[in-house]
Design a protein. Structure first.
Length: 139
């Protein structure tokens, strides 16, 4: 009888500990997934946030020389020259590329996400010439 009781006790203990370990494994997997989601969210926010210009050294030796076919502008902190993208040139909105005046960066594939670094092309903006006011306000 003792041996039977011992076998029953060992068997129930093993089942109980297996359930306990399975529960711990599940909790660890959930925690890992939540940690991964949080890390991705933090990285996405940081990559699209403007730089902290207080930490930027605007000395000329920190800027790369530029030779721009379509002109240049001062970067996000107003220090270094950055080239405008010319018409028909590749642009990435996430990287804050600017197209030359009169053009705009249009996604090559509208289904792609800007926040994922989708590529576009600097396309000439549609002309607004010839448009007129359609309102008929009486005085």
């Amino acid at each position: 009888k003792r041996q039977l009781d011992l076998c029953i006790w060992v068997s129930s203990s093993l089942r109980s500990s297996n359930l306990h370990f399975a529960n711990i494994k599940l909790k660890m997997k959930v925690a890992l997934v939540l940690l991964l989601i949080s890390a991705v969210a933090i990285i996405r926010v940081q990559s699209t946030s403007p730089p902290n210009c207080a930490l930027v050294n605007c000395a000329d030796e920190h800027c790369s020389p530029v030779n721009c076919a379509c002109g240049s502008y001062k970067g996000s902190c107003g220090c270094c020259d950055v080239c405008y993208k010319c018409a028909n040139e590749t642009c990435v909105i996430l990287y804050q590329h600017r197209c030359v005046e009169g053009t705009e960066c249009r996604l090559n594939n509208p289904e792609e996400s800007i926040s994922q670094g989708a590529r576009g092309t600097c396309i000439v903006k549609p002309s607004t010439e010839g448009s007129h006011d359609h309102s008929h306000n009486e005085k």
